[in-house]
Design a protein. Structure first.
Length: 257
């Protein structure tokens, strides 16, 4: 185009910038729609996260020439409007589909998401998808379900193990023996206590027996006290020593010379 007017250059730059800044772009044919119907469609698309604009096909072709949006050139036939998607493409595709059902004059041609071309059938599939929040909730539920099952299994494992051990103990008959052992322990305790009491009893009676042991010294003392008279009588009964007769005979022996 030689010597383009500044207005057309501004529109071409605007289309190029909006295509570069949008998440996706959907092209539609609006032939047969009234001004009021177009206004209602714009409101519905704004609520879904889109912006609906009408451009001349020649200017749009100049804006997409030589860049990643060039695949849209095949859709620029007839009166065309572009829905620029700034949020979820599925929500905008759903808004266009619902409006086209009530107003058959609106025709969805196709679009571009990133560098991928979308046909009218592809956009119909996207329109059937649930909102992003619902998809995220389903994904979270799908991830959480195995975790919940694992948690349930981990909780049930100790209970199952306890039941199994209890059944095994019942089969082996170990539970009654273990139950009787504590019952026998108290019965043995009194015997041990009585044995300890009997062992400690003599030590307690020892002071009472002490006076009995103290009597023999008294007897000994009396015996010792009585001993001198006996010795005295024995001394009285002894015959006189032979010494005096010898003394009496000494003069006889002296008289002889």
């Amino acid at each position: 185009m030689e010597n383009p007017r500044p207005e057309k250059v501004a529109v071409v730059n605007e289309v190029r910038e909006r295509l570069d800044g949008a998440q996706a772009a959907i092209l539609t044919e609006y032939r047969g729609l009234t001004v009021r119907e177009m206004a209602a469609l714009r409101q519905a698309l704004v609520a879904a996260g889109g912006d609906y604009k009408v451009y001349k096909n020649t200017l749009v072709k100049l804006a997409i020439a030589g860049n990643r949006h060039e695949p849209l050139d095949a859709l620029l036939e007839g009166p065309t409007a572009i829905a620029f998607v700034s949020d979820e493409i599925s929500a905008v595709a759903k808004a266009l589909r619902d409006y086209a059902r009530a107003n058959p004059a609106l025709v969805v041609k196709g679009g571009l998401h990133g560098e991928g071309f979308l046909s009218a059938q592809d956009l119909g599939v996207l329109a059937d998808l649930p909102p992003r929040d619902v998809l995220l909730a389903r994904l979270a539920g799908a991830i959480a379900a195995p975790m919940q099952q694992l948690a349930g299994l981990l909780q049930a494992l100790p209970r199952s193990l306890a039941y199994g051990l209890s059944a095994l103990v019942d089969q082996l008959g170990g539970a009654p023996a273990e139950a009787e052992a504590p019952a026998e322990a108290p019965a043995e305790a009194p015997a041990e206590v009585s044995a300890e009491v009997s062992a400690e009893a003599p030590t307690d009676e020892a002071p009472a027996a002490a006076p009995v042991d103290a009597e023999p010294p008294a007897a000994e003392a009396s015996g010792e006290a009585e001993a001198p008279p006996a010795e005295a009588s024995a001394a009285a009964e002894e015959p006189p020593a032979a010494g005096p007769p010898e003394a009496a005979q000494a003069p006889v022996e002296g008289e002889g010379p």
